[in-house]
Design a protein around this ligand. Structure first.
Ligand code: G4F
Length: 332
């Protein structure tokens, strides 16, 4: 059988690297673009386990002509647009860059897709951050929940989400949105709250650091595992028609509760070591997320394998092993 060809933007990130592994295990040929970074090692370290079936090249969502020529050459069967400025708080510091990359960048890749390989299927990494202040009466967010974003990141994601629906309707393209709630793993950047908390708590446990400094403990998130969520991306593109799906666990916990779990697991005192620092607060906070993924469960047969406890335990083990095996990297 002819190999399926996938093209992934943002392949060096948490989701891109897990998705590449997942697709290669399904016998896809995978192409990905990475942005030029002055520290070369940072660009590929999440991909270093993948030896075969992967081809990387430099590219950027803001450079439409290079996207077009790549798509013309590769002729992918599936395009996964995961590239973004993905940090919500940082989007308040660099709103223009965030909006260019996360909104105009999506316009650029949709144009390249429409012009070069319109028979391909397109996945857009949409986000629960788009819901912002909006929650249905029963306490969940789902596909029909109104979008009221509370950050430049969320506003850009709403623009891109609508653009994908528009291209689907106007040009009859197979273009779908996955509206993914927070998803974590040991590969998460350590400036996102789960991996920051776990890594710092392990460092405190090992005597390498005194305190954990965080912002708002009272916001609620629906945390799943990135490995479960990349499987949903592939199911979305292999459904018989293009559509939009919420991907979530349906459970919500506060940042404070998440910290309690990690500190208890490591036998650490939260009162002694956790300090609040205003610099981690946002000008407007998204207070509450809890996703209803019934549509994906019913239509795609998707369901998460990982529980919250399994995710956090895996991350704790990762950092304990990391410091055990890298005794020379105490400052890392
Ligand atoms: O881990 P976070 O930075 O993730 P956030 O803002 O929810 O965004 C993530 O999930 C979105 C899906 O809804 C994605 F679209 C997005 O790309 C990203 O993956 O923060 C989670 C919560 C926030 O309420 C934040 O205010 O944790 C709170 N928080 C408290 N102290 C902190 C900290 N967040 C960070 N990053 N660092 C802190 O010290």
């Amino acid at each position: 059988m002819k190999k399926k060809i996938a093209f992934i933007t943002g392949i060096a990130g948490q989701d891109g690297s897990y998705l590449a592994e997942c697709l290669i295990s399904k016998n896809y040929k995978v192409y990905g673009i990475v942005r030029r970074n002055s520290v070369v090692e940072h660009q590929k370290n999440r991909l270093e386990n993948i030896k075969h079936g992967l081809e990387l090249t430099y590219g950027d969502l803001l450079n439409e002509s290079s996207l077009s020529s790549l798509l013309r050459k590769i002729k992918p069967s599936e395009i996964y647009n995961l590239a973004a400025q993905s940090h919500v708080r940082i989007s308040f510091d660099i709103p223009e860059f965030t909006i260019k990359t996360n909104a105009i960048g999506v316009l650029n890749i949709l144009q390249a897709y429409k012009n070069e390989c319109p028979k391909s299927k397109f996945y857009q990494a949409s986000s629960s951050e788009m819901f912002g202040r909006s929650v249905d009466k029963d306490g969940y967010q789902r596909e029909k929940t109104p979008l009221e974003p509370t950050s430049p990141y969320g506003c850009a994601k709403v623009f891109a989400y609508n653009l994908v629906k528009h291209y689907r309707n106007a040009y009859k393209l197979f273009a779908s949105n996955g509206i993914l709630f927070n998803h974590e793993s040991e590969r998460r950047g350590t400036n996102f709250v789960t991996n920051k908390v776990v890594k710092t708590a392990v460092r405190i446990k090992l005597g390498l650091q005194k305190n954990l400094e965080v912002g708002n403990l009272n916001s609620y998130r629906d945390w799943g595992h990135a490995k479960d969520y990349v499987k949903a991306m592939n199911l979305i593109l292999n459904h018989k028609k293009p559509d939009d799906f919420v991907i979530a666990t349906g459970q919500s916990r506060s940042v404070g509760q998440m910290i309690n779990y990690v500190f208890k697991k490591l036998n650490l005192s939260k009162n002694k070591h956790v300090k609040i620092n205003q610099k981690y607060f946002r000008p407007e906070e998204l207070k509450y997320l809890r996703g209803d993924a019934s549509k994906a469960r019913k239509i795609l047969g998707w369901k998460p394998q990982y529980t919250f406890e399994m995710i956090m335990d895996e991350m704790i083990d990762f950092w304990l092993n990391f410091y055990e095996q890298n005794k020379n990297l105490k400052d890392y």
